[in-house]
Design a protein around this ligand. Structure first.
Ligand code: IMP
Length: 418
């Protein structure tokens, strides 16, 4: 049985959570492979809204095992709060959540370091979610981090003390006030409570699932254009959001991946700083923001909005080997009299068809205009003008769009091809 990877093709917030939830009835395991509480995956079931930050989006499907893979970084207090929130709504988390022993831990001091780093950058800040993501991955790759499994070993207190001492000395030296004792107490209490959940070598669990021909869905967070390798560095997150991240972030071989679902919105959004060639910093952009409810699920920040960027989308499809395209939020552009699509970038007098290494300069998008479309529901025929929009995108990307989502609910999605 295959591993399907599902990831975002833009700057995150493509509506991945909903798609994972919909596909959840076809899979045995859902496994998150990177990122951490910077993510906010929104799922609406029967009018009830849930926002998941670290827990995989298969948690609402009875019988589906949900894995927080080794590539994810965990904030214990945030995870505990998320678990308790779901349990209070009657979701059975305990019997089908599995946390990797190899997940790195976000310490309270990592969150302080993230804040301090952004403060010191001033205008040049990344626009981080301030969840401690960058500093935690920095310690991971610097081989100084602490992992979930360490909590169960006798030397944990000593390792924690060493790492914290380094962090707080640095913070205090730069005049950042942080209360180490209070931070440590809250951190340890949350870790203690998490011991009641399954902390295990999830890569082995996944290997067994593969041997039993089970269907695994690897769930990505953020989006391809925020990948630490291929996004507009340094305006990226600190993990591999692309398909390769599913292998390293879960411990599964590339040969096991048979399907890659690439999710993209009918337009673009971005939170935080960094290049955004098709940004609409005007009334049109505001209209899309309001219609699409484009405010961060994690931070509440207004998202920047803009037209669909095809060169970036093509690049994302190539990086990930996308086999199935999923367009979301088609309803948001409904009722507009025209929509535009970027088909290339003018850079130094030449047209380039993929995102440039440094796109902060005088990059000008080249647009093609399309008529708008009326609103439609999952049981309606696709409006002709919307079909034209899809046809153009499919021709440019060289592949069909499998699903179109036209609303937040599970039911508001149509499958166009098998
Ligand atoms: P960090 O991952 O919190 O360090 O933030 C780095 C960049 O990624 C910032 O521009 C964030 O706004 C962006 N980012 C991080 N997580 C998400 C997400 O889940 N959705 C959209 N943007 C995100």
């Amino acid at each position: 049985m295959p591993v399907s990877v599902l990831l975002g093709l833009q700057w995150g917030d493509e509506g991945k959570g909903k798609v994972v939830d919909v596909l959840g009835d076809r899979v045995d395991v859902v496994a998150r492979f990177q990122g951490g509480p910077n993510a906010g995956h929104t799922i609406i079931i029967g009018g009830q809204k849930y926002v998941l930050h670290q827990i995989p989006s298969g948690i609402f499907r009875p019988g589906v095992r949900n894995i927080i893979g080794n590539g994810v970084v965990i904030n214990p207090a945030v995870l505990l709060q998320e678990i308790r929130g779901l349990e209070a709504k009657g979701v059975d988390v305990r019997s089908h959540l599995y946390i990797s022993t190899r997940c790195h831990l976000i310490l309270p001091s990592h969150v302080h370091l993230d804040k301090l780093s952004e403060q010191r950058k001033g205008q040049a800040k990344i626009g981080s979610t301030l969840r401690g993501i960058g500093p935690t991955y920095r310690d991971k790759y610097g081989r100084e981090g602490l992992r979930m499994g360490d909590v169960l070993t006798p030397r944990f207190a000593e390792k924690l003390d060493t790492l914290q001492t380094a962090h707080y000395e640095y913070l205090h030296a730069l005049g950042y006030a942080a209360d180490r004792a209070a931070d440590t107490q809250a951190f340890l209490e949350a870790l203690e409570a998490l011991k009641a959940y399954t902390i295990t070598d999830t890569e082995v669990l996944l290997h067994k699932a593969l041997a039993q021909q089970q269907h695994i869905l690897a769930e990505g967070a953020q989006g391809t254009l925020l990948d630490v390798e291929f996004g507009a560095y340094p305006f990226v997150t600190s993990s591999n959001t692309t398909a390769g991240g599913a292998c390293t972030g879960l411990g599964i071989p590339p040969s096991a991946i048979t399907q890659v679902y690439g999710v993209f919105k009918a337009y673009c959004t971005r939170v935080g700083s960094g290049p955004f060639p098709t940004e609409l910093d005007n009334a049109q952009g505001e209209a899309i923001r309001q219609a699409g409810g484009e405010f961060g699920a994690t931070t509440g920040r207004p998202r920047r909005t803009g037209w669909l960027d095809l060169p970036a989308l093509k690049y994302a499809c190539s990086l990930n080997g996308v086999t199935h395209l999923v367009m979301t939020k088609a309803d948001v552009l409904a009722g507009m009299d025209h929509v535009e699509v970027c088909v290339g970038y003018e850079l130094n007098g030449r047209v380039q068809d993929y995102p440039p290494f440094d796109s902060e300069g005088a990059l000008k998008p080249v647009y093609r205009s399309f008529p708008g479309w009326p609103g439609f529901g999952p049981d309606d025929a696709l409006p002709v003008s919307f079909r034209q929009y899809l046809d153009f995108i499919e021709a440019e990307l060289g592949q069909a769009i499998t699903f179109v989502s036209m609303g937040p609910d599970r039911k508001e999605m149509v499958q166009l091809v098998a």
